[in-house]
Design a protein around this ligand. Sequence first.
Ligand code: C2O
Ligand code: CU
Length: 491
Amino acid sequence: MDALTYAWRSGAYVTRRRLLVTGAFAAMGAVTGSAGTAVAQPRGMTLRARPAKVSLGRRTVSTWTYNGVVPGPSIEATAGETVRVPLINALPANTTVHWHGIRIDPRMDGAPGFSQEPTRPGERFDYVFRVPDPGTYFYHSHVGTQPDRGLYGPLIVADPREPLSYDQEITVLLDDWLDGISGTPDDALRRLNASTQHDDTLRSAVLGGVAAEMHHPLYLINGRAPDAPATFHSAPGRRVRFRVINAAADTPFRVALGGHELTVTHTDGFPCKPVTVDSILIGMGERYDFLVRLGSGAFPLVALAEGKRARAFAVVRTSRRAATPAKDAKVAQLTGRMLNYEDLRAPRADQLPRPSRVVTVRLGMRPSGNEWTLNDRLAADPMRVQVDRGETIRIVLDNESPMWHPMHLHGHTFQVNVNGLRGPRKDTVNIKPRERLEIDVLADNPGEWMFHCHNLYHQEQGMMGALGYGPPPRRGTTHTGMHRPAHKRTH
Ligand code: C2O
Ligand code: CU
C-alpha cells in the first residue's frame, strides 16, 4: 500500500497532503525560502486545483493554483511505473490536467472535447496512467486560458538505468505572468480578439519576425520574479543536470548560465547526442536537459524573453561569499553560440521507422490578424490528420503565416528531419515564418489527439487541430471518465 492510499484510508489525508506539498517544493532544487524536509513521493499525489494568493517575489497575486503553490508540486516517477493523481476541482470553472509529452492512455490526456470531459467544480477525477518513457515533462490545465494562470507544474520521470552521471538535478520552470496584475488571461484574450494589429516592437531576429502577442508584466523562474529570485544551491565542481521547461503562454526564452557552457543531452524528454553550446532557445511547451560542471561563485541563470526586452532570472550559488549577481547582469553566453535543431541527433535506438507517406499541414493567419489556422480551418471545425495504427507518416509543417509557432502533438514523440538527416525526438517544435519543417510520426498510440500551437493565445484563436486513428469519431462520443463528487473521498 503506498503512502497516499494509506493516508486516505487512515483519514490522515489533509496532514499528509501538506507534508507532500512541502516535500515537493523542497525537491524542486533547494529554492531559497522553502522550508521542510524532502519527503519521497513516488507515483503521484493529489492535485487540488484552487484559487490562492501566491507570492511571486515582492508581489502577491490572486490566481488559480494546484495545491496553493506556483509552480504546482513536482510529480516524480520512474519510467514503467503507474502514476496516480487524483484531481480535485475547487475552482469556479471546469478544468482538466494534461500531461504534456507523455505517451499516455488517451482517456487520461486531459484534452477536453477530444478524449475526456472536463471535471466540473466540486468534482474529482482520478488520473491513473503509465509513464513509458523517462524524461522531463510537465503538466498543465488544458481548459481555455487557464494555463496562463498558475495551473502548471513539473513531471519528472527517472530512468531506472540512467546512463548519464551527475551529482545533482535542478528543475527550472520558465513562465510569463500577468494574472492578477494586468487583469486575467481571459481579459488578455479579449483584448487580442478586439484588435487586428500586431505589436511590431515584439521582434526577434532568431524567430524571424514578431515573436509574441503581448508583454507580460513579469517573467518567472520557479514562480519567482527577478526582484526576489530563486537561488539554487550547489558546490564547485559538481556536475548538475538542469531540466528546463518552458511553461509560458506567449514567451520564447533564450537561456544561458553566466560563465558556463551547456552540454545539451535531452530534447523534450528524449536523449540526443550531447552538444555543447552557450545558450538555448526554448519555445512554449519545449524542454531541454543540459549538464554543467559548476565553477565557484554565484552565477546568473538568465532566460531572456525573446523580443520583449525583459528577462526571467535566478541565481546558481556554489560559494557562500560570492556577491549575488544583479538581475540585469550582463551574460556573454546570451550572444554566444545558440543551440539549433541542426545540432541535434537522436541516438540510433530512438530513430523512428522511415515514413511511408507525406501529408502537409499549412499554418496560416486569416486577414483578421487574430485567427490562426491549420489547413485553413479553425478549432471549431478542426483539420484532422488521419493515420492507421503502425504506420509512420511524414508531416510537412508549412508556415505561411507571419509568425513562428511551437507546434505540439499529444500522445506521441515525433522525429524532426533536419536537412535530410534524422534529427531529435520531440513533441513540440518551432516553425518560423516561411519555413517548412518535416516531422515523422509513428502511429503507435491509438486515440484522438490534439495537434496545436502551444502559443496559448494562438490556440484560443483557432490554431487547434487533431491527429486521429482511422475514420473520424462521431461527435459526442467523448469518453466521460470516472467523475464523481469530490466530497466522497476527501474527508
Ligand atoms: Cu502542453 Cu495541448 O499542450
Ligand atoms: Cu502559434
